[in-house]
Design a binder for this molecule. Structure first.
Ligand SMILES: [Zn+2]
Ligand SMILES: [Zn+2]
Length: 235
């Protein structure tokens, strides 16, 4: 990681004031190995701080990352590597991010997470014999994107129950080597989640359809993040 002319304390302060690592297409190219990841103020936040036209305070270049650099930046990159993020740095919780910043920016942040996770080969850790550590920010921001609707049936619990509820499922189970990136995650209702596990239903990536052993096929009616996703080499 190369730093642009700033001391660690400044980085610390700058990052704390920042929210997202955005790569909004098509204005910005997609993140590639060795390219810049800019942590920049959200426009509205910059305007509020009177910094709309000020220069970008810092940049982190991920051509290589030293262990000490990683320790420094890890807690701040909540859209990427932070497995145990710091709530004090969350200006907006991931569960509200789409409602606050809109779907397009949310998807951009989600895809940035994926690119960094793939580039960096985030190490897999087990919390128990069967459970892997998963990135709760990624799950919550996807749920936020779909407003907790099931991608298969569209079920939204809020109107009837007054509570927004959905679950996330890894298409290729983490236990079977599936990556913890958005391209491997669906937001679904508890019914679909249970029946997918109970039947070990297969997901057809071409048609974005769940196929059950009895022949039933259920295409995603809310496929957005699969349809718009950039291709990632691990899938
Ligand atoms: Zn459902
Ligand atoms: Zn599941």
């Amino acid at each position: 990681m190369r730093r642009l002319n700033v001391r660690p304390a400044q980085i610390d302060e700058c990052i704390q004031k920042s929210m997202f690592a955005f790569s909004v297409r098509p204005q910005n190219p997609e993140l590639q190995p060795g390219e810049l990841l800019l942590l920049q103020l959200v426009k509205a936040e910059a305007a509020r701080l009177g910094k709309l036209h000020s220069r970008i305070d810092f940049a982190l270049v991920f051509d290589h990352i030293e262990p000490r650099d990683e320790r420094l930046i890890l807690p701040y990159i909540q859209w990427s590597l932070a497995e145990v993020p710091k709530p004090t740095l969350q200006y907006v919780p991931a569960s509200q991010v789409a409602q606050k910043f809109g779907q397009e920016l949310t998807l951009s942040a989600i895809y940035n997470h994926d690119r960094i996770a793939v580039l960096h080969a985030v190490p897999r850790r087990m919390v128990s014999v069967e459970e892997f550590v998963r990135n709760q920010y990624l799950a919550d921001s996807l749920k936020s994107y779909y407003e907790n609707r099931c991608q298969i049936c569209g079920k939204d619990f809020y109107p009837d129950y007054g509570v927004a509820y959905s679950e996330t499922h890894h298409v290729q189970y983490l236990a079977r080597g599936g990556p913890d990136i958005s391209g491997n995650i669906v937001v679904i209702c508890p019914n679909h989640h249970r029946i997918i596990h109970a039947t070990d239903a297969r997901f057809d990536r071409q048609s974005l359809t769940y196929e059950y052993p009895n022949g039933l096929r259920e295409p995603l009616i809310l496929p957005d993040h699969f349809v718009k996703a950039p291709q990632l080499s691990t899938l």
